[in-house]
Design a protein around this ligand. Structure first.
Ligand SMILES: Cc1ncc(COP(=O)(O)O)c(C=O)c1O
Length: 475
């Protein structure tokens, strides 16, 4: 690989060459075994005497950074003594600021593929319309469709904003025009943008308990004082909100992770609280497009007449999380700041993917895909609910919910299941499932995702899980 050496100035050229090569070896730009140009060649290239290069090479060789093989040339050494200098001494180095040091790392995600994966969060990649998507991406790459100037509107591709506004109006009763929509890289970027324009060190932010850890961690990283507010059968407990709370993050359509919708009375109370206390609500509607029964309640966004709700959506569940597609519908007063934050962060995201999604929605393919996937998920979900009710009723119960990609199964009030041993035993039996306590709250139990276990295999996975739960109840 060509390695650039700069010789501006005229003093001690050999030392300059030595230092630049050594730094290249230490930081990995020159890798072990890589061949260096012969001294004659490098000297010609740098317009210095061959002896100058030879002095630098000799010093690097003496220190163990290079090795010479007669007749073959000079190579970067694999010598462990020289390489070990690459590691910075323990305890040294630049450290992040205090609030970033305080941000907790997420639990290590186990990236193995269990035979039956009931973990939450992922839709089924097998249901993703890959061929259609490929066609739309290649269509989006046609020169006539690429924007003429280098960069585009930070709010995202106009065609996609129009499509999203229409889609959420029909599917979720969200009141929005294209000018209200800001396209983001997933819901997480929408939350980050909100944090950038509404959180300063010490700002009080309320999150649900149990709740979605990436949101809590993000707000903490922005310097917020985060308070966890309990959730009951009707949703976030508005009476538990502390005075001075500026921002309230909630998942009213399908509480994460419990799955319950927020009642209408609670929605109204929350909006009234926000108005009285000059607070702002973040409504995260991450997966409610998969709906299995009754009509959804109106989103907070459409009940809000005071410009206090920021509505966040994601295509991570309806399509795939790897596409990083989401959006934000914000009150007019916040829009300029949010657009600027977006531009300063990553300008406008990936317009090719955005264009593919715009066509996917416009051609009616998203609605069709969601209908088809809902039928499949509905079968899996019914099997899980029936299994827990029929086979595990002494150990677990199911929280009623009618949307999304997971079910929550807390331990029944009088049961004595040791959830952690059930999960460990299940892992040994090839079944991955999550503990409810991972998301906070006071009740133990399981959260059972059905994105990754097809309806043809869900029966066997449940049978194995059932044995482990029953065994953990006896032990
Ligand atoms: C509560 C909640 N919000 C948002 C998301 C989606 O985030 P993103 O769009 O960044 O992938 C998830 C995914 O699991 C979630 O559970």
């Amino acid at each position: 690989m060509p390695f650039h050496i700069s010789l501006d100035g005229h003093t001690d050229l050999a030392a300059r060459i030595y230092r630049q090569l050594r730094d290249g070896i230490l930081d990995g730009r020159l890798r072990a075994g890589e061949r260096l140009p012969p001294t004659r060649e490098l000297a010609r290239e740098l317009d210095v005497s061959r002896n100058t290069v030879a002095v630098a090479y000799e010093r690097l060789t003496a220190e163990g950074f290079l090795v010479s093989h007669v007749g073959r040339g000079t190579f970067v050494s694999a010598d462990p003594v020289a390489r070990s200098k690459r590691a910075a001494p323990a305890g040294s180095g630049v450290r992040p600021i205090a609030r970033w040091r305080a941000v907790q790392a997420p639990p290590d995600d186990d990236r193995t593929s269990p035979a039956f994966d009931f973990r939450v969060g992922a839709p089924d990649p097998a249901l993703f319309p890959l061929r259609t998507w490929r066609r739309l991406v290649s269509q989006a790459l046609r020169p006539s469709l690429l924007p003429s100037s280098g960069y585009a509107d930070p709010a995202g591709l106009e065609a996609l904003r129009v499509a999203i506004a229409r889609h959420i109006g029909a599917a979720r009763s969200v009141r929005a025009g294209a000018e209200d929509v800001l396209v983001t890289q997933g819901a997480q970027q929408a939350l980050d943008l909100i944090g950038r324009v509404l959180i300063e060190p010490g700002t009080r932010v309320a999150v649900e308990d149990p709740g979605y850890p990436p949101a809590e961690r993000l707000f903490t990283a922005h310097g917020a004082r985060v308070a966890k507010v309990p959730v009951d059968a009707e949703g976030l407990d508005v009476t538990a909100l502390a005075k001075g709370t500026r921002l309230i993050y909630t998942t009213p359509s399908h509480q994460f992770p419990l799955g319950t919708p927020m009642s209408l009375a609670r929605r109204t109370a929350l909006l009234a609280w926000a108005e009285r206390n000059d607070a702002v609500i973040i409504e995260d509607d991450y997966d409610s497009e998969y709906r299995f029964s009754d009509r959804p309640l109106e989103p907070l966004q459409s009940l809000d007449h005071d410009g206090r709700v920021l509505y966040v959506g994601s295509f991570s569940k309806t399509l795939l999380p790897l596409l990083r597609l989401g959006f934000l519908v914000a009150p007019t007063s916040l829009r300029p700041a949010l657009r600027q934050a977006k531009q300063l962060m990553d300008w406008h995201g990936d317009l090719v993917t955005q264009s593919a999604l715009a066509s996917f929605i416009d051609e009616g393919l998203l609605a069709r895909h969601v209908r088809k996937a809902t039928r499949e998920y509905s079968m899996r979900r019914d099997r899980i609910s029936a299994f827990v009710r029929d086979e595990l009723r002494d150990s677990l119960e199911i929280v009623p919910s009618s949307a999304g990609l997971h079910l929550c199964a807390p331990v029944s009030p009088h049961a004595t299941v040791t959830v952690d041993s059930a999960i460990a035993e299940a892992a040994r039996a090839g079944v991955a499932v999550e503990s409810l306590s991972r998301y906070g709250g006071t009740r133990g139990g399981l959260v059972i995702g059905y994105g990754l276990v097809g309806s043809d295999r869900v029966g066997e996975g449940l049978a194995r899980l059932g044995e482990c739960v029953s065994a953990a109840g006896r032990s």
